[in-house]
Design a protein around this ligand. Structure first.
Ligand code: NAD
Length: 292
């Protein structure tokens, strides 16, 4: 398998597609706006003018799109992936979408002989650039095995977690942990600043103990400097908390901290901060503490 169609060349998709080129795949890129496609061509990829154009000769199709309706349109639409992909090809959706939508797309794929995997990722923009994403994959084990080389080119922790839709369920749990951890790191930073502590030193020692976590290690320094360019947009995390709360409700699971974190993210978005990085959860803690 050598030709990979890559649709959705945004913050995550662009570096992932570039890593596939570096790994030796023929990468055909398509994006709604043209500039990211031109950048991929400069990196050794090929441009496509439409979804149909991108997927027609592909052995593997990858999508990295914002939300469930985008995936539905691009995969299931009249001129979409399933209308044009080769029978027997793999279709890996790496976007974060609703588990139920992933199952519906997978069923539609199987109906036309395309082999579906849901493979949402964690690791952020830096993980995408480094080819070091964590990838949680739902689908048939044999299809997961066949996708190995493509997934290896963009990720470093790649785990099959169950049938179609399972990858998205695990990703929803990931977003619960990430949102809650951001909130606690933000509260710790505002607390430390209010006490006049050397925050660089504090973050360093906290990161080495039981409180250590990836957000403290990778994102706290930017939070201390109030650098909130995305990264991962508040708008997208708001989408993910909606997915999480709906999925928790469907199974009757109470996630009170998750619900609270979802409200903080919703409030930031309502204040017009949807385009900031999710580390901007710090802003709300500052406001609540009268320190904005
Ligand atoms: P993004 O908005 O930067 O990129 C999405 C890209 O898809 C854009 O380039 C957009 O032009 C393109 N697009 C949208 N609709 C399209 C269509 N119909 N046809 C072709 N192209 C289309 O978003 P992102 O940050 O790269 O995130 C992509 C997905 O990955 C989301 O589901 C997000 O939740 C998830 N994710 C993001 C991060 C992160 O840190 N940014 C981390 C893990 C997972």
């Amino acid at each position: 398998m050598t030709t990979v169609a890559f649709i959705g060349l945004g913050i995550m998709g662009a570096p992932m597609a570039a890593n596939l080129v570096t790994a030796g795949f023929d990468v055909v890129g398509y994006n709604r706006s043209r500039a990211p496609v031109d950048r991929l061509v400069e990196q050794g990829g090929t441009a496509a003018d439409s979804v149909a154009d991108a997927v027609g000769d592909a052995d593997v199709v990858v999508t990295m799109l914002p939300d469930s309706p985008d995936v539905e349109q691009v995969a299931l639409g009249d001129d979409g992936i399933l209308a044009h992909a080769q029978s027997g090809s793999l279709y890996i959706d790496m976007s974060t979408i609703r588990p139920a939508t992933a199952v519906r797309v997978a069923d539609a794929a199987r109906d036309v002989g395309v082999r579906p995997l849901d493979g949402p990722v964690s690791g952020g923009e830096q993980g995408a650039i480094d080819g070091a994403l964590s990838i949680m994959v739902g689908g048939e084990p044999a299809d997961f095995d066949d996708a190995g080389a493509v997934l290896d080119a963009v990720g470093s922790t790649i785990v099959h977690v169950g049938p179609s839709g399972s990858g998205q369920t695990v990703k929803a749990a990931n977003q619960l942990i990430v949102a809650g951890t951001y909130q606690l790191v933000a509260e710790a930073i505002v607390f430390l600043e209010a006490h006049g502590v050397d925050t660089d030193a504090a973050v360093k020692v906290l990161a080495g103990g039981l409180a250590g976590n990836t957000i403290l290690q990778r994102k706290a320094a930017g939070m201390l400097r109030r650098e909130f360019q995305p990264g991962f947009r508040i708008d997208l995390h708001h989408k993910d908390m909606g997915i999480l709360l709906a999925a928790a409700r469907e199974t009757g699971v109470a996630i009170p901290f998750g619900a609270l974190a979802a409200q903080f993210i919703a409030a930031l978005r309502a204040q017009g901060h949807g385009d900031l990085d999710h580390s901007a959860m710090l802003k709300l803690v500052e406001q609540l503490s009268g320190r904005a």
